[in-house]
Design a protein around this ligand. Structure first.
Ligand code: NAP
Length: 333
């Protein structure tokens, strides 16, 4: 059988570029890769191993002969191109929010619901869970399995990369303007993000912002079938470029001590325990770069209550998951 062809749509974006890095780490050859972006980047060439690969604007026949299309595009673009790719016979791995609430599309959080693709599903689209959902559930899952989980509350601190390259550019421009005594221009964020914290990520529907709603809805889908613990979440945008920090407070069914919690979390291959505060060792987003694990620490307990801090590389996490799924799907008929 010839090597599968993998298309990356949104290859010029933050997630798309990380997907290219991950494909190279998995030894996917340049001639197996097709790159797409918007018209804005049509002439752009991206480095891949020793070669440069052209990006194209996707057209009606772009996905013919392609086994897997990874969509790292805005949700409206993903919705349109995923259907087109599926009709051309390709598998689709989508990282946007377009299909995460569609109950006909499997939603994957690695290490939490890995078996989901083994169950039959209609269509050829697979959705990657939001990195905040992935990180939160990866920490709660072992606690839930061993001690029982009644309730968890999470504060989610998102860096500006959560809005892609444009979000990071805003932080740079606004910080530079403020440092030079100028008024920063507002574009992507509803308020200044330079030297500020915004208690929201995305727009509001009722009392919850997009990021909060997404995490709660996705968690309910991924944990479906069992008696669900109650979850609450508060999302904030902080003036960093990369990374996601979570402050988690959980109520368990049984009393726990901090050593027992640390020992349990250390057994989980998806987690890295960094917890020696007297030596200033604890999770920080800067330590998570290019690391697929969730870092966890600052473990404190009181009776049935446990508090901890976690951090993850949001971009690496979602890109790595997408590539892993793409490689698994590439040889499926
Ligand atoms: N950033 C994160 O932490 C994160 C985490 C999880 C999921 N996601 C999701 O991943 C997706 C991409 O996010 P990002 O952060 O990488 O954003 P980004 O840096 O803004 O990149 C967006 C990409 O989409 C491309 N694109 C836009 N319109 C297109 C069109 N009509 N046809 C083809 N390509 C088009 C852009 O191409 P041009 O460069 O040509 O404009 C660019 O390559 C979004 O759905 C986002 O919600 C992001």
């Amino acid at each position: 059988m010839s090597d599968p062809i993998i298309a990356v749509v949104g290859a010029t974006g933050i997630v798309g570029r990380q997907i290219l890095a991950s494909l190279q780490l998995h030894d996917v050859e340049p001639d197996q890769v097709r790159l797409f972006a918007s018209q804005r980047s049509e002439a752009e060439e991206l480095d891949y191993e020793e070669e440069t690969l052209p990006t194209e604007k996707p057209g009606p026949d772009s996905f013919r002969g392609v086994q897997v299309v990874i969509c790292a595009t805005p949700a409206d673009v993903s919705r349109r191109l995923a259907q087109q790719a599926q009709q051309a016979g390709a598998w689709v791995v989508d990282v946007s929010g377009a299909f995460r609430v569609d109950t006909t599309v499997p939603l994957v959080a690695p290490g939490v619901n890995d078996g989901v693709l083994d169950r039959p599903f209609a269509g050829r689209i697979v959705a990657v869970a939001n990195p905040a959902t992935q990180a939160l559930l990866s920490v709660l899952q072992p606690l839930r399995a061993k001690f029982g989980l009644v309730f968890a509350d999470a504060t989610l601190l998102f860096g500006t990369s959560t809005l892609g390259q444009g979000g990071q550019d805003q932080l740079s421009k606004q910080t530079a303007a403020l440092m030079n005594g100028k008024d920063p221009e507002l574009e992507l964020f509803p308020h200044r993000i330079g030297f500020n914290v915004i208690p929201a990520v995305g727009g509001f529907e009722g009392p919850l912002c997009d990021a909060e709603r997404h995490v709660l809805v996705e968690a309910a889908r991924i944990w479906s079938g069992d008696a669900l613990p109650a979850l609450t979440a508060t999302a904030l945008t902080v003036p960093t470029y990369h990374g996601l920090t979570l402050v988690i407070s959980a109520h368990l069914n049984r009393p726990v001590d901090a050593e027992g919690v640390r020992a349990l979390l250390k057994e989980d291959p998806g987690l890295k325990v960094l917890d020696d505060p007297s030596q200033n060792i604890y999770p920080m987003p800067m330590l998570t770069t290019d690391d697929a694990t969730t870092h966890v620490g600052r473990v404190r307990t009181a009776g049935t209550r446990v508090q901890l801090v976690a951090a993850t590389d949001n971009v690496f996490r979602v890109a790595d998951t997408a590539v892993d799924l793409a490689l698994k799907l590439a040889n499926r008929t």
